[in-house]
Ligand binder design. Sequence first.
Ligand SMILES: [Zn+2]
Length: 247
Amino acid sequence: MDISEKETLRFKSAFQMIPFGFHSLLDVGCGEGVFLNNFVNNDIKKFALDQDFLALKGAQSPKSLASIDALPFAERAVDVVTCMEVIEHLPYDLYELALKELSRVAKRYILITVPYKQNLQLMLVQCPFCFSRFNPYLHVRSFDYDKVSQLFSIFGWVCKKIELISKKYEYYFPLQKYYKLISVRDMPANVKCPVCRHKKTSVMNTNGISSAEKKSTLAFIKTTVLNIFPKKESYSWIAGLYERECG
Ligand SMILES: [Zn+2]
């Protein structure tokens, strides 16, 4: 599996945040196991966990097919629990249960990464079939510095470190918010509508130009126009490292 430069940076930055001297690591929501397979040293006992059976096939460590709200591990079973790009997807009724489970199973550290300060309202796209509007990545919550620093406080954990990962520049102009709110964005190719399950595929039109290419031309024009507006600095992800408050 190819790992993008950006993803590599995220995984490396996350791993480097964990203090040395731990012996076991459980990656909750590991997907195909990219982090465990490529970024965690082999002298560490690794455990992979995901609720997606097919994705889990890629993980090379001992694996568990389970949901984040019912981790099949004893209390304080592993030194470090990582959970990356997962909790922004969790439905309302699972969220707190999930955080509680992560803190139950971790002995020393928890490491979380999530997208940084996403504006969920501006990200909505519309399904051309049933007209439902939804987040194309199925993200249901957004995280800023304060939210990340307080994530495990109620379970007796202290935030030891926060890092912003992968600097980027966002255009902004005064009417952007209103423009985006009134413009209906079509759902991207290969995204499935969570309501009716309609999925758009990238189709070649009669000129042999794929919709993706057409989109990239549009994106180029848009970028050229937007270049006259100032840009503000932001980051793609925020990572938090937590330690148990008392031993
Ligand atoms: Zn739909």
